[in-house]
Structures are given as structure tokens and as C-alpha cells.
Design a binder for this molecule. Structure first.
Ligand SMILES: [Zn+2]
Length: 375
């Protein structure tokens, strides 16, 4: 059986770690194209100046437009070329990070997440949008970022909702990896060039990815609530460090090398409901996880463990929690149909999945979550 595992060349995490950014830039040369939202640059201006001075490197600032679009990627590649930048630094949240991945296109890339809201930083993929912000395509690169550098002090100072949302994204990892493994479905780590390109030889997940996914779930259960308190107080504790690692490293490696299944496909389906748009990716994935557990008829004990965790840290457990106060039969079926399009990861579940089964699971999960919350 062909298996694959992919990860960044280096992952480094610590308090005030951003002060070492210049050290990693120096591996590539003297100058870095900085792709970051101006607000994020302002937050870390002092540290950027300090690390540049200490290690004798410079940042070429690009005034990132805020959208990971083909136009913005081409513009930034031009800026990098004109300034002879030796590497790209993507600093901030999802869009800046994805744009940096696209601009670097698999070469000399350092990612510096300033929030722990998703598991995207370590991956070798990005989502491309139109200049207006509508989904356009997925991009896959030949390798993951060279360095993922995380300053836990910066993460602790960010709004707590980001950290909790990251826990929602991480919550799905174990269950989706387990399902993908049971069905012998392919994982993204096997894709060297493009997700849907048939010429790419498919690959299954490794035991390593399964172990990381399990550790991810155990870490959430053990330290999730404590990490939330630390983030509310804007302090770095060991629990916060463990959750940052779970949200970014364990979940990131877990999803790419372990596989996506029901939870993320249900998330994608739910995005057609306008009410969900103001909720974060990880918040919707948390409900998607509950719906996947209902879809696969997981043990009651396991389902209740997940519900308890969500309620403990403040993640959604029902549709109303993600902005859907009422849903018609027609809307529910549209969500289920979107969840079940042929290229969706719901088909990595270890049994055939129909839109009817997904609609039933979402409706039941909604009721179970609502009633559990009320008790
Ligand atoms: Zn996700």
C-alpha cells in the first residue's frame, strides 16, 4: 500500500520566538518579502525591527491587499522579483499565510501565524479567492513551508475566539483521520501537484499521522479549557502552549497526512447558509464533527465527550450556535447535496454516504446538541 506523510522542514514555537525570525531568514539570504495585513505588521513592528537589526536582514513590505487572489499573488511575485527577495514571510491569519504560500510556490517560505484559529499554517496547500472574496480554487505546492514559527506571546494576546475556533478545527482531526483510515481513502499528503489531478499517484495515511491525530484529541480534552483561561488573561501557560501545538502542528499534520472526512465536508455544505458566514471555520467544523459522529453512529459515550468538550470551551453544538436559527427541508437538502458532491471528503467515510443520510445526521445532531446543552 502506498502511504505518504508531509510536514514543514522546521516547526518552532515559543514565547517571543518572533525575535528569532531574522535567524531563519538568514538561511535564505538577506531580504524577505513580508506579506501581512498592515494591522498585523503594526502589532509586531517593534519585534520585526529588533530581529532585522540583530540578524542583519531586511523586510520588503508589500502592503498586502487582504485577499488571496491570482491578481494579488502576481503583484506580490513581481514585488519579490524587483526587490530580489531571498525568501517570503507570511505573517498573520489565513489569507496572508495562504497568499505567502502561493507567492513562494514551494520555495523559501517562512510562516508566522499570529493567531491559532486554524490548522492551515503547516500545510502545502492554499485556498485562492476572486478579488471579491468568492472561492475560486485550491492550490497545492511541492512542499510545506520551510519554517513555521510561532510566538506564543502573540497568540496569547490575540482574541480568545481565535484560539477556541482553532480547537474546533483541531477537534475534527482525530475523527476524520479515523474514518479515512477505516475506509482506506487517500490523503492530501499524497498530492504533489494538484488535488484532483488524476496523474498524481494516490497515497493512504501513515500510522504516524494517526498517532498525531490521537494526541491532538487527547490534548484538547486535557488542556482546552485551561488554555482558554490563559488566553483570556493574555498569559502563556503550559496548557496554552499545548493547545497552540495541537491547533497548529498536530491538527495540521493530522489533516494533511491523516485525511479529511465527514466533518469538513459538512462544514463546506453549511457554508451555503448565509447565517453561518459570520462564524469562523473552526466553529462550523466543530458542529460538523458532531454531525459526523451522528452520521457514523459513534458510541454515545464518545458523542457526549465531544459535546462536553464543546460546551466547556464554548464551541457550537447545534445549528443555532452557528447562526442558523431555522432551517427548511429544502435548505437542509441543499446543504447535504453540497456536502456530497463527488470531490468532497465525505466519501472518505467508511460506508456509502447519501445526501439523505447527511441531512438526517445534521438534523439529528442539531436536536441532540440543543437538548444536551439544555440539560
Ligand atoms: Zn479545517
Amino acid at each position: 500500500m502506498r502511504k505518504a506523510f508531509i510536514c514543514p522542514s522546521k516547526y518552532v514555537q515559543g514565547e517571543n520566538e518572533i525575535l528569532n525570525l531574522g535567524f531563519f531568514i538568514k538561511d535564505f539570504g538577506a531580504s524577505a518579502l513580508l506579506i501581512a495585513h498592515p494591522d498585523d505588521v503594526a502589532r509586531v513592528r517593534k519585534q520585526l525591527d529588533e530581529t532585522a537589526k540583530k540578524f542583519g536582514v531586511s523586510f520588503v513590505e508589500s502592503s498586502f491587499g487582504g485577499e488571496c487572489s491570482r491578481e494579488e499573488i502576481a503583484r506580490l511575485q513581481d514585488v519579490a522579483k524587483k526587490n530580489k527577495c531571498d525568501c517570503v514571510v507570511g505573517l498573520g491569519g489565513g489569507k496572508a499565510i495562504d497568499t505567502a504560500k502561493c507567492v513562494a510556490a514551494g520555495h523559501n517560505l517562512i510562516i508566522v501565524p499570529t493567531i491559532a484559529a486554524t490548522d492551515a499554517p503547516t500545510s502545502h496547500s492554499a485556498v485562492i479567492y476572486t478579488p471579491d472574496g468568492a472561492f475560486e480554487d485550491y492550490a497545492y505546492f511541492k512542499q510545506s513551508p520551510n519554517v513555521v514559527l510561532i510566538d506564543t506571546a502573540i497568540i496569547a494576546a490575540a482574541p480568545v475566539r481565535f484560539l477556541v475556533s482553532g480547537m474546533g478545527d483541531a477537534l475534527s482531526t482525530y475523527f476524520e483521520t479515523r474514518a479515512t483510515r477505516a475506509s482506506f481513502s487517500n490523503v492530501n499528503a499524497g498530492l504533489p501537484c494538484g488535488a484532483r489531478e488524476k496523474q498524481c499517484a494516490p497515497a493512504k495515511g501513515t500510522n504516524a499521522a494517526m498517532a498525531l491525530a490521537q494526541l491532538c484529541y487527547e490534548t484538547l480534552l486535557r488542556d482546552g479549557a485551561k488554555a482558554k483561561v490563559a488566553c483570556e488573561k493574555k498569559v502563556v501557560t503550559q496548557a496554552l502552549e499545548n493547545i497552540v501545538e495541537a491547533n497548529i502542528l498536530l491538527s495540521g499534520l493530522g489533516f494533511e497526512s491523516g485525511g479529511l472526512a465527514g466533518a469538513h465536508a459538512i462544514h463546506d455544505g453549511l457554508t451555503i447558509l448565509p447565517g453561518t458566514h459570520k462564524y469562523f471555520h473552526g466553529e462550523k467544523v466543530a458542529f460538523g464533527t458532531i454531525a459526523q459522529l451522528v452520521l457514523e453512529n459513534a458510541d454515545t459515550e464518545e458523542l457526549e465527550q465531544v459535546l462536553d468538550f464543546c460546551l466547556e470551551v464554548g464551541l457550537p453544538v447545534c445549528l443555532a450556535d452557528i447562526g442558523v436559527d431555522a432551517i427548511s427541508e429544502k435548505e437542509l437538502m441543499e446543504v447535504a447535496q453540497k456536502t456530497c458532491i463527488p470531490e468532497e471528503s465525505v466519501h472518505s467515510m467508511p460506508f456509502p454516504v447519501s445526501p439523505e443520510a447527511v441531512a438526517a445526521a445534521i438534523a439529528a445532531a442539531d436536536t441532540i446538541g440543543r437538548e444536551y446543552k439544555a440539560t
